[in-house]
Write a protein that binds this ligand. Structure first.
Ligand code: MN
Length: 251
């Protein structure tokens, strides 16, 4: 199995190295990842600027450090850099949760979605640190990646990715997983309003922990209960119930 590994935290990130270590015995790993952190760039791609892809060694495996976004990495990796298309795209392991509406901002999830657009089974992995703990432990997420990747490669339907969030706990404490629906987060978004040295006002997005609702059956709740939250996310964003009600409106 050929596996393209990417992320949004950059090619030097410990989470990417942990994912590579977890998957290198399962398949032939090629890393194509951003050359710097690109968190929260969502599904941006680079159109007006050149993309540089610098070949590099990633813990003894072939890699490219790309000047673009996570989605650029998957597109460039599949279309240009790899000799043959991958059998699976694995994105992560992200430093931080991608739960609920986080998926709209996440470069990690969008990289997997780009894999799905290209017809490749794809999975996004994130460590959900819900307490603001200073250290991220990637070991549990790495173990779950090794377990889930072969299943995803064999069974994922077209145009559906898996968004996997693993609690930031030691591996022996993360023994259960739950298939979930996408929940909601409740960010208490604030901005720091500051002055630059020349007296100009600027704003900096705050980093408060969200007060997430505890809806049963959601990824947010699963992770808060110490379980791996697995959400199948589809490329098709159509609201099926709205289709029916709009049809009634329109007559
Ligand atoms: Mn990130």
């Amino acid at each position: 199995m050929r596996i393209l590994v990417t992320n949004d935290d950059g090619i030097e990130a410990p989470g990417l190295r942990a994912l590579v270590a977890a998957l290198r015995d399962i398949g032939q790993v090629t890393v194509v990842a951003p050359d710097r952190e690109r968190s929260a760039v969502s599904h941006a791609i680079t159109m007006a600027d050149p993309l540089r892809a610098v070949p590099c060694d990633v813990d003894g495996l072939p890699g490219w450090a790309v000047s673009g976004m996570p989605a650029d990495c998957v597109l460039l990796g599949v279309r240009e850099l790899m000799d043959e298309p991958p059998d699976l795209v694995a994105s992560g392991i992200n430093r931080g949760a991608n739960l609920g509406e986080d998926v709209w901002y996440s470069g990690t999830v969008s990289a997997a979605m780009e894999g799905a657009i290209l017809g490749v089974p794809s999975v996004a992995f994130s460590v959900a640190n819900m307490t603001g703990a200073p250290e991220f432990d990637y070991r549990a997420a790495a173990a779950w990646a090794a377990r889930l990747v072969p299943l995803a490669a064999a069974h994922l339907p077209a145009e559906v990715i898996l968004n996997v969030n693993v609690p930031n706990l030691p591996p022996e404490q993360v023994t259960a997983c739950e298939l979930c629906r996408q929940g909601r987060r409740r960010y208490q978004t604030t901005f720091d309003k500051r002055l630059d040295p020349r007296g100009g006002i600027y704003y900096w997005l705050g980093a408060e922990l969200p007060l997430d609702p505890r809806d049963p059956g959601t990824d947010v709740t699963a992770v808060r209960e110490g379980k791996v939250g697995i959400v199948p996310v589809s490329l098709d964003l159509t609201s099926q119930p709205s289709l029916d009600s709009f049809a009634n409106w329109l007559g």
